[in-house]
Design a protein around this ligand. Structure first.
Ligand code: FAD
Ligand code: 2HG
Ligand code: ZN
Length: 471
């Protein structure tokens, strides 16, 4: 081990190799404080060449590597285990915007770029980089790609994978694969880019990426709408899809119970809709024509929805500040949950055609089996993606509740997900949180194929072992 430490210090300046417990602490516990571990060292490379050399050295010494970006992931993917034998390779020093190609409408960035910095760099040049999520001030594009992050614009622009045109990756042997051409069409065999996207650091280390840019919309209008049921909410979604088509850029759902928790911790976010509606829907339209055009369209659609009896109330944001408040209200639900205590997260997708039945049936089963629980159900309804999170009854100790009920609650919800042909991870990934659930969810054939890929690309099992699949 001493030899390893010495050789490591030949690759990076000693100040970028953290070994002191206090220095390592921020890199060893995730954002939710749900997972923590003990690393051998935290290594902070500044270039692809350094990443490559570190991986080669680790391969030589059979030392496992946990790639890490902003450490905001929800599934413990970026947290080391407790062995004290894994290094955490944090990419934060690789934070350069490498190029903006106006003609190709792309931006090339290093993996450690903070998502918000990429959005701002794009906006400065008149472009939209549409990936957007609550953690955008601290998550990094390498982590976004490794988890195939979703967020609030997927409905119109797709997830991280859809926005990616190329990658540079360091393999488990320490080789550098340069796939940064940024082509929109390239059918030359297996798609390596799409294999690394979503692989959560288990197949390679993403060091740079080429991402798509879009023209900035001229005008955006945000509205909050009250609905009485999920059936009405889906009718509203379909109406917006029919009338606004690609101008529909956001369709988020918040239940009354989610907003009540939000208001408990952030009283500034009071729902402006009348009468505490069961479902509050945030709809955003983005237009490239004119402000008047999109405002008129929004009003027409809302009128049609009122007449059809699909919606009960609506408030259109009358300023950018109010639109931002609506979005902050939505984004703060995650923060309110963290304030309340670590609840049980379920990041699921259900086909939209079954969503109503799923929620009615699952809510019923939950309330029956676990009386008094709070179902903090909200999410990207336009994508069929629910954050179906479970908090204990008011006043019950969170830790005790989770210890006693976590397994049974996961089983109930995942059982329902299978029954309705959904997914147990829509956007947050598998990490260590869902490692044990993956085989039964994917089925033996798919799971064995994943293991075969892992063995082929990382035969020594040094890249983020025991995350996603164990071999
Ligand atoms: P990390 O947490 O550091 O890592 C995540 C995984 O990627 C780990 O397995 C890690 O090993 C791997 N990894 C990291 N960097 C690399 C790399 N360069 N190469 C290879 N592997 C790597 N997620 C959503 O999808 N949608 C949301 O709306 C959303 N909202 C959020 C809101 C809040 C308030 C918070 C705290 C989180 C939210 N997340 C959301 C979850 C999280 O932000 C995303 O999963 C994000 O993509 C993780 O990025 P990160 O840089 O923090 O990655
Ligand atoms: C969001 O959509 C995030 O806000 C977080 O994906 C979801 O808190 C959650 O479970
Ligand atoms: Zn989400």
């Amino acid at each position: 081990m001493q030899n390893f430490a010495h050789q490591l210090s030949q690759i990076l300046d000693q100040k970028y190799i953290l070994t002191n417990g206090q220095d390592m602490a921020p890199y060893s516990t995730d954002w939710r404080k749900r997972f923590s571990g003990k690393a051998l060292a935290i290594v902070l490379p500044s270039s692809t060449a350094e990443v490559s050399k570190v991986v080669q050295l680790c391969a030589e010494h059979h030392i496992a590597i946990v790639p890490q970006g902003g450490h905001t992931g929800f599934c413990g993917g970026a947290t080391p285990d407790n062995s004290g034998k894994q290094i955490v390779l944090n990419l934060k020093r690789m934070n350069q915007i490498l190029a903006v190609d106006i003609a190709n409408q792309t931006i090339t960035v290093q993996a450690g770029c903070i998502l918000q910095n990429i959005q701002e760099a794009a906006a400065e040049r008149g472009f939209l980089f549409p990936l957007s999520l609550g953690a955008e001030g601290s998550c990094m594009i390498g982590g976004n790609l490794a988890t195939n992050a979703g967020g609030t614009n997927v409905l119109r622009y797709g997830n991280a994978r859809d926005l990616c045109l190329g990658l540079e990756v360091v393999t488990a042997k320490g080789e550098i694969w340069n796939g940064l051409k940024g082509l929109r069409k390239d059918n030359t065999g297996y798609d390596l880019r799409d294999l690394f996207v979503g692989s959560e650091g288990t197949l390679g280390i993403i060091t740079s990426a080429v991402m798509k840019l879009y023209p900035l919309p001229i005008s955006q209008w945000t509205t909050l709408v009250a609905t009485e049921s999920i059936a009405h909410t889906i009718a509203l979604l379909n109406l917006f899809q029919k009338r606004a088509s690609s101008l529909l850029t956001g369709f988020e759902m918040m239940t009354h119970e989610s907003l009540a928790l939000n208001e408990k911790h952030f009283p500034q976010f009071k729902n402006p809709l009348n009468g505490e509606p069961p479902f509050t829907i945030l709809v955003e339209l983005s237009d490239h024509e004119s402000e008047a055009h999109v405002r008129q369209l929004l009003e027409t659609i809302l009128e049609e929805a009122f007449t059809a009896g699909i919606i009960a109330d609506a408030v259109i944001a009358n300023s950018l500040a109010q639109a931002n408040t609506f979005w902050h209200m939505r984004e703060h639900i995650t923060l309110a949950q963290a304030e309340e205590g670590a609840n049980l997260k379920h990041d699921i997708t259900i086909p939209l055609s079954s969503l109503d039945e799923f929620i009615c049936e699952t809510d019923g089963l939950m309330r029956n089996k676990f009386p008094g629980v709070r179902i903090i159900n909200f999410g990207h309804l336009g994508d069929g993606n629910l954050h179906y999170n479970i908090a204990p009854p008011e006043g019950v100790d969170q830790k005790t509740f989770n210890t006693n009920n976590e397994k049974a609650i996961h089983e109930l919800i995942y059982g329902q997900v299978e029954r309705f042909h959904g997914s147990i991870s829509a956007e947050h990934g598998v990490g260590q949180l869902k490692l044990a659930d993956l085989r039964s969810h994917k089925g033996d054939v798919a799971h064995d194929l994943m293991k075969a890929l892992k063995r082929a690309l990382d035969p020594q099992n040094i890249l983020n072992p025991n995350k996603v699949v164990s071999i």
